[in-house]
Ligand binder design. Structure first.
Ligand code: TYM
Length: 331
């Protein structure tokens, strides 16, 4: 057996909107799975959630809700840290330091800023520099691996780029992190518009399956998912984005390959296929709701408090090293 210390993973989620099947299949399922093998740090990124218009009372509710869902999914606070970003001020401090190394041109290319502002969100400095704070989240803990959905690919690229810029300028401090993205269901699409990503902020309630939705709601949403009119079940994201999305979802929930699903459901019609997808999702999510209702808000606060304390201790020596490297030695 190797005595090497475990590699570290870091990932985050924004406490905004309701947590959906895409978050689960793209990321959270891996968060739970990777806890055995890695030293895992999971963060409710409340500072990121402030970059779009929000209600302070709602933010507090959403932080607790997000942490409760993650605990219900199986994030284990005895093995992993689960805390809120604002509990560790060094996230914001490192973001400032990295910001001094970030060319405007890099941020100008970020698709998330363009998407959010063209969707009507006010542009502000926080939203513009969102990827720098995200890089700080990951680099603060010297993470090696970042389990995320496909939509975060560009942000991880920027993180790698900033780590390299920092190391080149100040010495080899940060490992260059790798994304960990699932091979199926890495980008779950909206059920009402399968050319757009399933999103927590989608105003169309029928577009998503929430992780805490009742089985009958889940069945209804999947049965009414937008598809095409040619009734053959096959994988073709251009010609059949709706059916391809349902194939991805079913493959993600059952662990089966898309090819085997096409063989089984190809000629059976959309109705039978959608019923099978719905049952697979209902079965996969059944334990989440049961776990969720057994956790109190007090339990969640206790986990956040203790993980936050541990995270603050953990980052002290790391940040001292960064301070020394950039010329901010302690007096
Ligand atoms: P957030 O809160 O939007 O989403 C949480 C995770 O869910 C994944 N995801 C999806 N995966 C598949 N299909 C979808 N439709 C889908 N929608 C969301 C996301 O990829 C993510 O992994 N910027 C991040 C939060 C963040 C972060 C970090 C992540 C801040 N700092 C550091 C990793 C490391 C975000 O907005 O995730």
């Amino acid at each position: 057996m190797s005595n090497d210390p475990k590699q570290r993973i870091f990932s985050g989620m924004q406490p905004t909107g309701s947590i959906h099947l895409g978050n689960y299949l793209g990321a959270f399922r891996n968060w739970v799975k990777l806890q055995d093998e890695y030293d895992a740090i999971y963060c409710i990124v409340d500072l990121h959630a402030m970059t779009i218009d929000y209600d302070p009372v709602d933010l507090e509710r959403a932080r607790i809700e997000a942490a409760k869902v993650l605990l219900a999914l199986g994030v284990d606070p005895d093995r992993s840290l689960l805390y809120a970003q604002s509990q560790v001020p060094e996230h914001a401090e490192l973001a400032w330091i990295l910001g001094t190394l970030t060319p405007m041109g890099v941020l100008n290319r970020m698709t998330q800023f363009k998407d959010k502002t063209s969707a009507g969100h006010a542009s502000n400095l926080g939203l513009y520099s969102y990827p720098v704070l995200m890089a700080a989240d990951i680099l603060l803990y010297r993470a090696n691996l970042v389990p995320v959905g496909d939509d975060q690919r560009q942000h991880i690229e920027t993180t790698r780029d900033l780590a390299e810029r920092f190391n080149n300028r100040f010495g080899d401090i940060f490992p260059i992190p790798e994304p960990y993205i699932p091979t199926t269901s890495a980008r779950v699409m909206s059920l009402t518009d399968p050319t757009a990503k399933m999103s927590k902020s989608d105003p169309q309630i029928r577009a998503t399956v929430g992780l805490l939705d009742d089985p009958d709601i889940i069945r209804k949403r999947i049965r009414s998912a937008v598809t095409d009119s040619d009734p053959v079940v096959r994988y073709d994201t251009e010609a059949k984005p709706g059916i391809s999305n349902l194939l991805e979802i079913m493959a993600g929930c059952t662990g089966r390959t898309i090819d085997s699903l096409v063989v089984e459901y190809g000629d059976g019609g959309y109705g039978a296929f959608k019923d099978a997808v719905a049952e697979a999702v209902v079965e996969e999510l059944a334990p989440v709701k049961a776990g969720y209702t057994s956790i109190t808000n007090g339990d969640v606060r206790a986990v956040l408090r203790s993980s936050g304390d541990r995270a603050r201790e953990m980052v002290k020596p790391y940040q001292a090293e960064v301070h020394n490297a950039v010329g901010l030695k302690a007096y």
